[in-house]
Design a protein around this ligand. Structure first.
Ligand code: ADP
Ligand code: MG
Length: 703
């Protein structure tokens, strides 16, 4: 234990204005228990409060404004349920309306019409005028005293805290009270070599200035230091996890490229592998003779041909006497893999078994013992495969398709299934920007299928408005007349009152009249159908008996019907970029020119517009992922929520990519010099990690 920790370990209840009750609230809501915890609760934003605007300067509703002026009037309006408080505020240049819906009585008592106030808030546009809803009004005399230091920090709170009177401003007050009490500096944790090499400010200064910046410069230095620290620790953790895995040294050995692999490769492979596919196979071959457990992420855009890589990996395991399994995120996809692989392996004496949620009890009763005694060599399924009661005789290779659909916890569960872990290949078609991959999958090795199979024409994408709907139908007819098939995808199943989006059920009725039988045949697919129905509808389409597949996003992942050349996405503004790209990837799988039409109606938001433009401009999944990351931030990218490694407090990998790369290389450097942090200069860091990081167990298993 470091002695100087004592001060920082003092419970927050001793800070002025907190006390036992609020201390409990802080603990329950934000996990803040000690002085240190409170000081680690960084602002997420700052407002320059030295600046006052004129009402005439308010041009949009995107930022906060601070005004100085008089509260001209204040009166309640409406009756019981529609009651609100309406104020009128004038700064001599113009007027704005103020509105309160909550705590009306309280506000009415607190404010005095005729008095001068500093108004602070975000304007909304209401009846074509700017008004402030629930603005903050501080009497001029008070305002000039404390709050108006030039950068006003904003702190996260929760609804519950706000209802008990702890808002961002209250927390800022706590911080000031804490600052008065500080007796010793926040302890440094980074080795001085790293601090000086990267020109970082000291830890105490950084903490101080993140809460109480003296200006732009002081703030950006503090932010840089704290972001650096956060990302650096994260990278160290990931490196330690990787090291821990590698050091287990119990990777199964697949020394032979045996009969099945060779037979399949030489006699059955329906096409020549691309160079990128070959490279990945080589990487997997190297991993599986290294003696270490393989943990490899395979990234390849939709349609790049990951399935065949999966199949060859599975065969490699089987040839070496192991069992192998392929796991898919949906029943449809598991089914499709099962059919495809069964067909590919036909006549080779390898039975393929399917296990999904709808596998019957009776079937399970046969499957489970056969997995345990090793009679089943190859099994394909959904997450039903990682239910607790399934045991393998000697599972050697696990391939997980479309990884982002599975939580990382599930991945781990699968690994620990056996005493010695199988090799794991996770495949994802959601290209992840490099920076994100480094963080999300920093403990994995990464392979990329960087090229598409030959002869693919890139998909032509058009964004179309409702007014061109009839032309769009005409285009579908043209495609069908050429022998092609089309998907039409809807964002939801049934009409809801709140959302005005094209819906599947209604859409299907309309489409039946636009494309009448017997000339046309339509299939329908959505998540509320049982798997027998889904299978039937899918088969109708796959075999070409129906020409149009009307579906929700259940068809998003992995479905492969090469003859389909047209994808129409209704209410496309509803979808995120990653999803649009996934959906579009359902076409362009054959040799013909494929098309994607993005239908939208009404006026689009700027972000939605940007998504449509991006889709029109590129087919490159990596580029799309970059834009996606930029538009949405990492928290919304599939899979990142569950991963836990992204609970970043201050860094933002959407914008801090460069810093991430820097910390990565610094972490690698440190790790090389002193991987168990046994050098004296690294002791503080080691102590900090052991005491603070959730994943410290990974670390201790290294050292
Ligand atoms: P994804 O990476 O999206 O899973 P798939 O494995 O489903 O892609 O492959 C997409 C399509 O490309 C399939 O129809 C597959 O048979 C075909 N394909 C894969 N590899 C090649 C190749 N090397 N040459 C030609 N076609 C290929
Ligand atoms: Mg696939």
């Amino acid at each position: 234990m470091m002695t100087q920790k004592n001060f920082w370990q003092t419970p927050v209840e001793f800070i002025k204005g907190i006390g036992p009750e609020r201390a409990k609230l802080l603990k329950d809501e934000l996990g803040i228990a000690t002085y240190y915890d409170l000081f680690s609760h960084f602002p997420y934003r700052y407002i320059d409060r030295s600046r006052f605007y004129k009402t005439t300067e308010i041009k949009d509703d995107s930022t906060y404004f601070q005004l100085k002026g008089k509260l001209v009037s204040l009166r309640p309006e409406g009756s019981r349920y529609t009651k609100k408080l309406v104020g009128n505020f004038s700064d001599g240049y113009g007027k704005v309306e103020l509105i309160w819906f909550n705590r009306i009585n309280w506000v009415e008592k607190a404010l005095q019409p005729g008095r001068e106030y500093v108004l602070f808030g975000k304007p909304s546009i209401y009846k074509k005028q700017f008004s402030f809803i629930h603005p903050e009004l501080t009497p001029i005399d008070d305002a000039t005293s404390v709050t108006l230091s030039s950068f006003m920090p904003f702190y996260h709170t929760t609804e519950k805290m706000k209802s008990k009177g702890i808002d961002s401003r209250t927390i800022a007050r706590f911080m000031r009270a804490l600052k008065e009490k500080i007796r010793e500096p926040v302890p440094e944790i980074l080795p001085s070599k790293i601090i000086s090499f990267n020109k970082l400010s000291g830890r105490h200064d950084a903490f101080l200035h993140i809460h109480f910046p003296k200006g732009d410069d002081s703030l950006s230095k503090a932010r840089f230091r704290l972001k650096f620290e956060e990302l650096f620790l994260l990278q160290l953790e990931l490196l330690a996890m990787k090291q821990a895995r590698v050091e287990k040294k119990n990777g199964f050995l697949f020394p032979v490229v045996g009969e099945k692999f060779n037979t399949y490769y030489k006699e059955k492979l329906p096409f020549k592998l691309t160079e990128a596919q070959k490279k990945v196979i080589r990487e997997i071959r190297i991993d599986t003779v290294s003696g270490f457990q393989m943990n490899r992420l395979l990234q390849g855009d939709v349609g790049s041909g990951k399935t065949i890589v999966a199949l060859l990996s599975l065969l490699l395991a089987i040839d070496n006497g192991f069992q192998a399994c392929l796991m898919a995120p949906t029943e449809i996809l598991a089914q499709q893999h099962f059919q495809y692989i069964s067909k590919q392996l036909y006549g080779m004496g390898t039975n393929v078994t399917l296990l999904t949620g709808s596998t019957t009890k009776a079937q399970r009763k046969k499957i489970f013992p056969a997995l345990l005694n090793g009679r089943i060599k190859l099994i394909i399924g959904t997450h039903a495969l990682i239910e607790d009661n399934i045991q393998f005789e000697n599972l050697g290779m696990v391939v997980i398709d479309e990884q982002h659909r599975f939580g990382v916890a599930q991945r781990a569960q699968l690994w620990s299934k056996e005493n010695s872990a199988p090799h794991v290949l996770v495949m994802t078609a959601t290209p992840i920007p490099r920076t994100l991959a480094m963080t999300l999958y920093g403990d994995l090795d990464v392979s990329v299928i960087y090229e598409m199979p030959p002869g693919r024409k890139s998909i032509k994408t058009y964004h179309r408005n409702e007014s061109l709907r009839l032309r769009m139908y005409g285009f579908i007819r043209e495609q069908i007349a050429k022998g092609r098939q089309a998907y039409i995808v809807y964002p939801i199943i049934e009409e809801s009152e709140t959302l005005d989006y094209k819906n599947l059920v209604q859409g299907f009725e309309t489409l039946k009249t636009v494309f009448p039988q017997p000339e046309y045949s339509l299939s329908i697919l959505h998540g509320r159908m049982n798997s027998k129905e889904k299978e039937y509808q899918m088969e109708q389409f796959r075999s070409g008996k129906s020409q149009i597949m009307v579906a929700t996003t259940v068809i998003e992942v992995g479905v492969d019907v090469p003859n389909a050349s047209l994808m129409v996405i209704e209410s496309a503004e509803r979808f995120g970029l990653a999803q649009l790209h996934q959906l579009r990837g359902r076409v362009g799988r054959g040799a013909e020119q494929s098309f994607c039409i993005l239908m939208t109606s009404g006026k689009l938001s700027e972000v939605a517009h940007r998504r449509m433009k991006t889709m029109e401009q590129t087919n490159d999944g990596f580029k799309i992922a970059e834009v996606d990351l930029e538009l949405r931030g990492p928290g919304d990218i599939q899979g990142t929520r569950q991963s836990g490694v992204l609970n970043l407090k201050i860094a933002n990998i959407a914008v801090d990519g460069q810093l991430l790369a820097l910390t990565r290389s610094e972490a690698v450097k440190l790790f090389k010099e002193d991987h168990d942090l046994s050098l004296k200069e690294n002791t503080v860091l080691k102590n900090y990690i052991e005491e603070n990081l959730q994943q410290a167990k990974f670390w201790s298993s290294v050292s």
